[in-house]
Design a protein around this ligand. Structure first.
Ligand SMILES: CC(C)(COP(=O)(O)OP(=O)(O)OC[C@H]1O[C@@H](n2cnc3c(N)ncnc32)[C@H](O)[C@@H]1OP(=O)(O)O)[C@@H](O)C(=O)NCCC(=O)NCCS
Length: 145
């Protein structure tokens, strides 16, 4: 009989995170943070609400939320390792993010995505209703210099 797939576990316990894996993915494979330093990755994790996704104790996905836990949050660094994609794991990860008790009744919850709009749309994210109100300081090549 075929062994059934083990369920995905999602945890916000910082101590469980596989920092070397997260650092390797972000600094080498991601489309947004190639070249980022390990110290920057660790500081960002230390100061965020982080979601690890685990299969049999091995971390295969990650999401990080920067928030004041009252009015605003920003979702960043979402990934599922390539070998585990296409199995619904990112949907479970984002569901855990939007269900988290500390991230309820926020006036604004933002994220930026290159091509995964349809993924986030299912969880209520939309294009900014008034983009003309938004401003930013953005240095996309910062980690390459
Ligand atoms: C995007 C990503 C997290 C999706 O993870 P995944 O576990 O393979 O996704 P799931 O299996 O949960 O399915 C995601 C659903 O969103 C849809 N989707 C929309 N845009 C997508 C995109 N750019 N990439 C993957 N899925 C996308 C899929 O078609 C799928 O829909 P379905 O359930 O109707 O088939 C993963 O491909 C990844 O890590 N990509 C590289 C990093 C990245 O782009 N992160 C997002 C930055 S905002």
């Amino acid at each position: 009989m075929e062994k059934s797939a083990s369920p995905l576990q999602i945890s916000t316990d910082l101590a469980r995170l596989d920092i070397p894996m997260i650092y390797r993915y972000l600094s080498e494979e991601s489309s947004w943070a190639v070249g980022i330093g390990r110290d920057v990755v660790e500081r960002s994790i230390d100061n965020s609400l982080c979601f690890g996704a685990y299969l049999d104790g091995t971390q295969i996905g990650f999401a990080r939320v920067i928030s004041d836990y009252a009015t605003f949050a920003n979702l960043v660094d979402v990934f599922v390792l390539p070998a585990y994609r296409g199995r619904g794991y990112s949907k479970q990860l984002i569901q855990a993010v939007v269900d988290h008790p500390s991230l309820q009744r926020l006036r604004r919850f933002t994220l930026a995505t290159f091509d995964a709009h349809d993924l986030y749309r299912r969880f209520g994210f939309t294009a900014p209703s008034r983009p003309e109100l938004l401003m930013e300081k953005y240095f996309p090549n910062l980690y390459l210099s």
